[in-house]
Ligand binder design. Structure first.
Ligand code: MG
Length: 229
């Protein structure tokens, strides 16, 4: 390998998105249950809220790219679902959600120590289908390039988003090592363009797909050994 650049996925690779998302929805649900007088809101669950959001995201796929706009629409849908449509209340809920979503996010403990070593040898980048910008999680000034699908309107595993990354980094696909937790988006996406890939498998799940990463690790620090550091 002749690697000059490492791109990282964000959600579930550098921070626990699912935890902060569920925590933020919980705060929003409590507020909704305070303000909405219907019976149905008392039975609403976080899993249902996630389901409503994902349904809505599927419906507007390719039409609305901005994830915060999708979240806002999902709160409007959720209020309709509990029999209390109210756009102003949806906006209020969205504000509460955003506050927790962006203020309560925490990096995995292996991120900063690993970046401290890698940054001495490689260009580092963030390549995300999400919407946690580096300054929202203490990673400002840590990346040489940052690519978000909602900004470039193409998402992993599409080769075009990897093209944007290598253009910004000024490297070839073969010089880019991409690291992420998703076999479908990160590993397959990198393979599509001929970039080597590292599958970060924090939960040690078994790979039941036919997508084979070049490397598999369970903590970020293991990248150092792969790169001979
Ligand atoms: Mg991920």
């Amino acid at each position: 390998m002749n690697i000059s650049t490492i791109s990282f996925d964000g959600d579930m690779t550098l921070w626990d998105f699912l935890e902060v998302m569920r925590h933020s929805l919980k705060q929003t649900l409590l507020e909704m249950q305070e303000r909405v007088p219907t019976q149905r809101v008392t039975e609403l669950t976080i899993d249902e809220m996630i389901w409503i959001r994902n349904q809505y995201a599927d419906e507007v796929k390719g039409k609305i790219w901005n994830l915060e706009e999708i979240r806002m629409g999902a709160f409007e849908r959720t209020l309709e679902h509990v029999g209390y449509p109210d756009k102003n209340l949806a906006a209020h809920l969205n504000t509460i959600y955003r506050k927790h979503r962006f203020e309560d996010i925490e990096l995995y403990p292996d991120v900063i120590p690993t970046f401290n070593v890698l940054a001495q040898h490689f260009k580092l980048g963030l390549l995300s289908n999400g919407n946690t910008y580096p300054e929202r999680c203490g990673l400002e000034d840590r990346f040489d390039f940052v690519v978000f699908s909602q900004d470039v309107q193409v998402e992993k595993p599409d080769p075009k988003i990897f093209e944007v990354a290598t253009q910004q980094a000024g490297c070839e696909f073969s010089q880019l090592l991409h690291v992420g937790d998703s076999l479908e988006n990160d590993v397959a996406g990198a393979k599509n363009v001929g970039a080597p890939s590292v599958w970060l498998n924090r939960e040690r799940i078994s790979n039941n797909t036919d997508i084979q990463p070049d490397y598999e690790i369970t903590t970020l620090e293991e990248i150092l050994a792969i790169l001979g550091l």
